[in-house]
Design a protein around this ligand. Structure first.
Ligand code: ADQ
Length: 451
């Protein structure tokens, strides 16, 4: 995959997984056309991967993508009932697009394929494929959180949606909390039962629902800061900092990422620990996403307002506290920015995993690593307890955590970093995809034993 700057860790991880096994990638082209899902396939063939894409109509895009996926499921699954929109048209558009994708995919399948479906856009896809007679193992991975049943139950027809997911053989989650929430929903809301090792059963179906925390290619990422692009850009940053320290944040603009809360926490740091004034700045890199949704426009405006407010209050002739850059950077440049930063603030209010937390650690220098300040509500916190863990809703707690990061002795920084880096190398993108695929293949073996 070309490093366009937009390609996140996820796309890279999936392309790597598919390239090593060979296979077919089927998905939305990202384009809207009059024929939509009825139009021709757009195909590309690389060495081992066949890429097949289809368009959507404007109506599908509005109800399925901008509607049910982004305005209903995204907020609910991130525990934001207050932002969720319940609209019957969105729901029927979602079902329709899932059916259309299944209909176009089915003829492309080979008998010994196993199928891996990704993310909240396609929760009911397997149920439709099964109705069409597909018997191959089908797995699903949810990249975002799965909320507690008390939250999910507020979604109209949540029961039917979760029931449809039981057509998968393996369902993967980012954390054990998400997997447990799913199993609890099946037991408490649908009347199923739990077995050993993450199995859930309902009316003759048995599904493996467990955590497969997503990793990054930590070893490759750890080399990025030494590339010429990274070095060039790091030198620009060093010149601007002139010996002062920088804290970095890198997120898509999204209400789940806790950005206004983070800016307030940074202002709180300058308030409560004034020795940082003139010495420490925050660089927030945040490319806009889903800019057609009001909630996203509002948040960008709020961030611009907060930046102006904090900067006008604390700036000095040669120092500005918040540097807010609303654009994407190539991954290598990003790695250089991570390495130039003494601490990284990853403070989402909810996040499936958060790959920035992992990339920041991978990009550090072993002899003098920076410190990760990490929200307890990021999935990454489950596997990175050596970070400074904070509650992102409390500006005082985040400021305290950041102050601790900025004053942490070298030996402690090294110790914490080493444990996290070693774990990232062991539990990387490759081990994530291969453990999921191994479990999926295991279900085929189980099925043929039973037959
Ligand atoms: P995202 O919500 O997109 O992904 P995240 O895990 O942080 O969140 O991944 C973002 C990726 O985009 C990172 O690889 C990062 O480097 C890149 N990125 C962000 N800002 C960038 C910028 N300005 N320039 C260049 N690159 C930038 C969803 C879930 C997450 C889950 C992932 C993977 O919401 O919780 O971790 O999928 O499963």
């Amino acid at each position: 995959m070309k490093d366009t700057g937009k390609a996140g860790g996820l796309a890279v991880a999936l392309v790597d997984a598919l390239t090593s096994s060979g296979g077919l990638w089927f998905g939305w082209s990202g384009k809207v056309s009059e024929e939509g899902t009825f139009g021709p396939f757009q195909q590309q063939k690389t060495k081992s991967v066949q890429l097949v894409q289809i368009d959507m109509t404007q109506a599908d895009h509005d109800s399925f993508y901008a509607g049910y996926a982004n305005r209903t499921l995204w907020p609910i699954l991130h525990y934001r009932l207050d932002l969720a929109v319940f609209d019957r048209q969105f729901e029927s558009g979602y079902r329709h697009v899932n059916e259309r994708f299944a209909t176009r995919l089915q003829p492309l399948l080979q008998p010994d394929d196993h199928i891996w479906v990704h993310d909240y856009h396609f929760m009911p896809l397997a149920a439709t494929l099964r109705e069409m007679g597909v018997t191959a193992p089908i797995g699903f991975f949810l990249h975002i959180p799965f909320p507690s049943p008390e939250i999910l139950a507020a979604l109209p027809n949540a029961g039917a949606l979760v029931r449809s997911m039981l057509a998968y053989d393996v369902i993967g989650f980012q954390t054990s909390r998400d997997a447990a929430n799913f199993r609890r929903f099946v037991v408490d809301e649908l009347g199923g039962s739990e077995g050993e090792g993450g199995l859930v059963r309902l009316q003759g179906r048995q599904v493996l629902a467990r955590a497969y925390p997503i990793g990054i290619d930590a070893e490759a990422f750890s080399k990025f800061p030494m590339t010429p692009e990274a070095v060039r850009n790091s030198a620009r940053i060093a010149k601007r900092l002139a010996g002062r320290q920088q804290v970095v944040g890198v997120d898509r603009i999204d209400y789940t990422k806790g950005l206004p809360e983070r800016f307030r926490a940074f202002a709180r740091l300058l308030e409560d620990y004034p020795e940082n004034r003139g010495q420490v700045s925050l660089m927030q890199i945040a490319p806009p996403s889903r800019a057609e949704l009001d909630a996203y426009i509002d948040i960008r405006r709020e961030l611009e307002g907060l930046t102006g407010h904090v900067n006008s209050r604390f700036s000095e002739l040669d120092w500005t506290p918040i540097h807010f850059i609303a654009k994407a950077f190539p991954r290598k440049v990003l790695a250089g920015i991570y390495r130039s930063s003494r601490a990284c603030l990853v403070t989402p209010l909810r996040d499936g995993m958060n790959l920035v937390a992992k990339e920041y650690i991978a990009a550090q220098r072993a002899e003098d690593p920076g410190v990760l300040v990490l929200s307890r509500f990021a999935g990454a916190a489950e596997g990175m307890p050596e970070a400074v863990i904070v509650n992102p809703h409390s500006d005082e707690e985040v400021a305290r955590g950041l102050q601790r990061a900025l004053t942490m002795p070298l030996e402690e920084r090294r110790d914490r970093w080493q444990v996290m880096f070693d774990r990232l190398c062991r539990e990387d993108a490759h081990s994530w995809s291969s453990s999921f695929v191994a479990d999926l293949e295991g279900t085929r073996r189980e099925a043929s034993k039973a037959a």
